[in-house]
Design a protein around this ligand. Structure first.
Ligand SMILES: CC(C)(COP(=O)(O)OP(=O)(O)OC[C@H]1O[C@@H](n2cnc3c(N)ncnc32)[C@H](O)[C@@H]1O)[C@@H](O)C(=O)NCCC(=O)NCCS
Ligand SMILES: Nc1ncnc2c1ncn2[C@@H]1O[C@H](COP(=O)(O)OP(=O)(O)OP(=O)(O)O)[C@@H](O)[C@H]1O
Length: 205
């Protein structure tokens, strides 16, 4: 049996940092941001729909989609974000589903699905349990500004385009606070994974 663990959190809460740890432990990770990028490549399923909807102004000179430009549009306008989600989410979910099926066929014990929009995009239904990586918003803003070189205003706009961490905490099976060091985060993840495996052995998950 394969345990599918949905990993979520707000933007810059530490999901990719957790992914790196899982990969170190040879646990396969499905990265939904990566899938979202792939489907926007020229010749991929999302490209035409997005260009039809948002126009040629979001293209680079080589006709590839300029994600930074598209991000500036959608993260500052809820309606535009909903239009983008309507095109991309069904394609992303389909690809996630295919990858989960493949890992199950390979007989993996655990697969982690990293999905920032696990709850919003209904990807939780594909998982056996969910982990939320959380931190106070002030720290989230700081980490996001440093990592992506954003102004405070842009960082807040991105955070506000997602369900709040407090709401997500109510929906998650497990919450991990990422306020200390990366080493502490890894120790917490390690313990939690062991607990999830143990519980699944007893048929409790
Ligand atoms: C808007 C886009 C072009 C910006 O691309 P860019 O490379 O600048 O950012 P990236 O994709 O790495 O996303 C960074 C973070 O932004 C947040 N984010 C991305 N998309 C969304 C969204 N639709 N709603 C809320 N937050 C989002 C997530 O926390 C994500 O980890 C891109 O994020 C996109 O196509 N989003 C729509 C698809 C989607 O929902 N992806 C999330 C995974 S399901
Ligand atoms: N415990 C920590 N202490 C200090 N910095 C951290 C910690 N955990 C993560 N970071 C840093 O915070 C930033 C955001 O982390 P990360 O990229 O893992 O977030 P994410 O949830 O994957 O973001 P996104 O939603 O954009 O994909 C990164 O620069 C990362 O190195």
């Amino acid at each position: 049996m394969t345990i599918v663990i949905g990993l979520t959190g707000g933007i810059a809460s530490g999901k990719s940092t957790a992914d790196a740890f899982f990969r170190k432990k040879k646990i396969p990770v499905i990265d939904s941001d990566k899938i979202a990028h792939e489907i926007l490549n020229i010749d991929y399923a999302g490209y035409k729909g997005v260009v039809t909807e948002f126009g040629c102004n979001i293209l680079n000179s080589d006709k590839s989609i300029n994600r930074a430009k598209l991000g500036q549009i959608v993260f500052n306008d809820k309606q535009q974000l909903e239009r983008l989600n309507a095109i991309t989410h069904p394609l992303i979910l389909k690809e996630i589903q295919a990858k989960i099926t493949r890992y199950k066929k390979l007989g993996e014990l655990i697969v982690v699905l990293d999905a920032p929009l696990l709850f919003e995009a209904k990807a939780r239904n594909l998982c056996d349990c969910s982990i939320l990586i959380a931190l106070p918003e002030s720290e989230q803003i700081k980490r996001l500004m440093v990592r992506d070189n954003l102004t405070e205003k842009d960082a807040i706009a991105r955070i506000n385009s997602q369900m709040s961490l407090a709401q997500k905490a109510k929906l998650a099976d497990y919450v991990i606070l990422n306020t200390s060091t990366i080493k502490v985060l890894e120790t917490k993840l390690d313990k939690l994974i062991s607990k999830i495996i143990k519980e699944s052995e007893y048929g409790m998950s």
